[in-house]
Design a binder for this molecule. Structure first.
Ligand code: HEC
Ligand code: HEC
Length: 251
């Protein structure tokens, strides 16, 4: 009696392993594995995300009107965090990173408790909400290069640029987020938006490592008045600016 039961069990486990392997994320993989991934992502989405982002991804779940900023409308193809040039869709990796880290300073949680496989499945599923992922070409991430050492002359050059590039108009002279334009700002989704307090980096949506700060300055924060500086500033200047911000961060 025992032996057939055990072999059934072994067969079932083997089947699960095969099914799991078939659902492995494969960026250039075949459609079957992508479809499996989307299905797995949908199941997770309905359990974990629907309360805020809504069943059709419009950012209109039952909790949505109680949170500020509002949960993203995932159908519009506009995302805050992307490593691609301004206006570009995020890469799969960008979305994966956002899910892993969450959006600090908002109610969007980090999903690092889910397995990598589950996070990739969610990425595949949420990309089905916006037509842009099917119709628009995907842009290549900008080059970030290696950080420039935060020497005093780089910090000073960054401070000068902060004034010249008029970051202060939104972020205020001391970076408190209280510049003269601050009260009038709106995001692309039609809600008022507050410029980041540049002294409190743990609340920044896109992270506060030097490479994150460089990216936020270079490509901006999608769908918000925080512009891209990739055309106006050289890479060297963006590092100076990054070093200046690193020097005023208090937490
Ligand atoms: C408690 C509410 C809440 C839950 C639950 C939630 N989110 Fe969010 N999510 C938000 C909010 C709020 C934002 C927008 C924050 C902002 O605009 O800065 C957001 C933004 C996003 C974004 C946009 C990122 C960008 O760069 O613009 C994605 C993608 C996302 N959520 C995916 C998910 C997924 C997938 C899940 C489930 C695993 C999930 N969210 C669960 C509240 C939530
Ligand atoms: C027109 C207004 C405006 C100007 C000018 C502006 N910003 Fe911003 N910035 C914003 C807003 C609004 C946000 C908040 C975005 C959000 O909450 O998603 C922001 C966010 C940021 C962040 C946080 C990014 C994150 O991950 O959340 C940094 C860093 C930043 N700005 C730096 C700068 C620097 C440096 C300059 C000048 C080169 C600058 N900003 C110019 C409006 C502006």
């Amino acid at each position: 009696m025992g032996t057939p039961r055990i072999s059934v069990l072994v067969a079932a486990v083997a089947l699960c392993v095969v099914a799991e392997a078939a659902a492995q994320y494969a960026p250039d993989g075949n459609l079957t594995s992508r479809a499996d991934l989307v299905r797995a992502g949908r199941r997770l989405y309905l359990r974990r995300c629907v309360f805020c982002h809504g069943s059709s991804g419009r950012g209109d779940g039952p909790v949505a009107r109680y949170v500020f900023p509002r949960p993203r409308d995932l159908t519009l193809g506009v995302f805050k965090i992307h490593s691609t040039p301004t206006g570009g869709l995020p890469t799969d990796q960008d979305l994966f990173n956002t899910l892993s880290r969450g959006l600090p300073g908002t109610t969007m949680p980090a999903w690092s408790n889910l397995s990598e496989q589950q996070r990739w499945a969610l990425v595949a599923y949420i990309e089905t909400f916006a037509a842009a992922f099917r119709t628009d070409g995907r842009l290549v991430p900008i080059a970030i290069g290696t950080p420039k050492p935060p020497l005093p002359e780089s910090v000073l050059a960054g401070r000068r640029l902060y004034i010249e590039a008029e970051c202060w108009k939104c972020h205020g002279m001391l970076g408190k987020g209280d510049g003269p334009s601050a009260p009038t700002l709106e995001d692309d989704w039609g809600y008022p938006i507050v410029p980041a307090d540049l002294r409190i980096s743990r609340n920044w949506r896109g992270g506060n490592r030097p490479v994150d700060i460089y990216r936020s300055i270079a490509v901006g924060i999608g769908g918000t008045p925080m512009p891209s500086w990739a055309d106006a500033l050289t890479s060297d200047q963006i590092w100076d600016m990054t070093n200046y911000l690193l020097s005023i961060i208090q937490q």
